[in-house]
Design a protein around this ligand. Sequence first.
Ligand code: ARG
Length: 462
Amino acid sequence: MSHIRGRLGKKADSLVVKYTSSLPFDWRLYRHDIAGSTAHAQMLAKQGIIPAQNGEAITAGLAEIATEIEQGRFVFKPEMEDIHMAIEARLLEKAGAAAAQLHTARSRNDQVALDMRLFTKEAIDLTKEAIEDLQRTLLDLAQANQEVVLPGYSHLQPAQPVLLAHHLLAYFEMLSRDDKRFKCARKRADVLPLGSGALAGVVYDIDQAFLAEELGFAYISRNSLDAVADRDFVLDYHTAASVTMMHLSRLAEEIVLWSSAEFGFIELDDAYATTSSIMPQKKNPDVAELARGKTGRVYGHLMAMLTTMKALPLAYNRDLQEDKEGLFDTVDTLLPTLDVMSGLLKTLKVNGENMRHAAGRGYLLATDLADYLVGKGEAFRDAHGIVGRLVSYAAEKGRPLNELSLDEYRRFSPLFEADVRTISLDSSLAARDSFGGTAPKQVTVALAEARKRINRKAKERA
Ligand code: ARG
C-alpha cells in the first residue's frame, strides 16, 4: 500500500492499485523528480520554512536514491502509486523526520507538471540535435552529388528535370521548419509550475525565482490553476513530432520508390537493408518502410492526448496521468527514426547514371520546348497545345524528342528553328534560374546558405 492513505479507512483494492499506478512507466521521470525535489528542499531551507539541516538531509538522501536507481538497486514497489511516491517513501526510510518535511509548500500536481516540463525540454533538445544531424547528412549528400540530375515529378509522373541536390534541399527546408516548431515548443515548456501547489497557490513564503534559476526555467507560471492543468507543452511536442514524422515518411516513401528495381535511382547499403525469408533475391527497404509506418503511431499519440484533454474541468484531474506513455513513445519513436534515416542516407549509393537516363525519357523537356516557342513570339497557351501534339506524335512513334528531325518539328510550328536542338537537360536546368529554382547556380548558392544556417544554429546551441 502506498504510504499515504490519510482519511481512507481501507487499503486500496488490489485492482485499484494496479489500475491507478503510473510507476511502471513514470519511473522514467526519476531524474527530473529528484532534481525538482532537491531544488525545492534547498528553497525551503533557504527561506527558513524547514531547518537547514533537514534540507541537507533531504538533498543527501535524494542523491543516494538517484544512485540506487541508476545502479539498479532501487526496489520499485508495485504498490506505489507513482514515481513521486516511490521516491518519497524511500526518502522517508532514509531520512525520517526530515524527509517528512519535503512535501511542504508543494503538491504532486505541481510536482508532476514540473517533471513533465523538465522531461519535455530535455527531449526537445535531443530532438533538435537529431534533426540537425539529419540536415547535415542531407547537405553532405547533396554536396557530394551536385552534378546529378533526375526527373522531378508531379502526380508521380515525370515532369521536369531537377538536380538531386535541389531535391535533397527540399527536405532540408522541411526539417528547418520542424526545428523551428520544436524551438517554439521549448519556449512554451520553459515555464516553472512550482508554487502552484495543488491548484490555488501555497501559503508559505516560497521563492519561485530561485527555483526557476536552479531548475533552468526562463518563466514562472502566471496562474496556478492553469499551471497544474496545462499539458499544452505535451501537445506541442506531439504536434511538432507529427509534422516531422510526416516529413520523414515522405522521404522514406521516396527511398522505397527510388530503391526499387523499376526506379534504380539508389542502392541501400547492405547494413541498412533487409532480405526476405523466402525470396533470396530480395533487398528490402524495411528501415524506410518502418519510418513511414511509425508515423501513424505518432499521429495516434497526438489524437489521444487531444482527446484526453478535451473538456477536462480545471484544475488537475487524474486523466492527466495519461500524458506520459504517449509522450515517451513519441520521443522513443521520433529520435531513432531521425537517427536511422540519417544513417541510411549516409550509406546509400546514388545511381547518377540511372537518374540522368530516366530524366532523358518521358518528354521532360516539353515545357522547355513550349518556353522556346514563347521566346519566338508564340503565346504560352498556344505553345502548350503545339508541344502537346508534338509529344503525342513522338510518343506514338516511340521516339524521344531529340531524335525528331527539324522537318518533323516544323510540321507542328514554323517557329521551330535549328537552335531547338540546343535544348537539353542541362539547358533546361540552367534556365530555371529563379530564386529557389533548380538552376545549378541557384542550387550552389542554396547549398552554401543552408550550410551557413545550420552552422549558425549549432553555434546558438553551444
Ligand atoms: N501520477 C500522477 C500523474 O501522473 C501524479 C499526480 C497525482 N496527483 C494526484 N492528485 N493524484 O498525473
